[in-house]
Design a protein around this ligand. Sequence first.
Ligand SMILES: [Zn+2]
Length: 129
Amino acid sequence: MPMPIVMDRVSESDLENINKFMELALHQAKCAFDNLEVPIGCVLVEDGEVIATGFNRTSETRNATRHAEMEAIDTLLEKWQKCSLSKSQVAQKFSNCILYVTCEPCIMCAMALSILGQKKVLPNFDISN
Ligand SMILES: [Zn+2]
């Protein structure tokens, strides 16, 4: 099963959007921090639009699996379940999304993203070099 790839080549024209979405992910991380959580946040973007956000809620929920990525994934799955999307339609939609996350996903989240069909993950690396 292929793991989601980390985007490694970024054009100059994409940089502005990347910075915008990473700022939103960082805002999510700030929300986690304000809630005394490990400050990790993410946004899922489809066709240039944020379709889900998430931040760590492990302490609040007393559930070690409630990572930012899982929060965003569950938001989308709930939304798409209400639309009665099939598994293949969900995989197709995930494959068109880009995940902007403030920290490289852990193995649990990476595997969940892979199973769902997520192909592009952009952690908050320094991409200016
Ligand atoms: Zn994780």
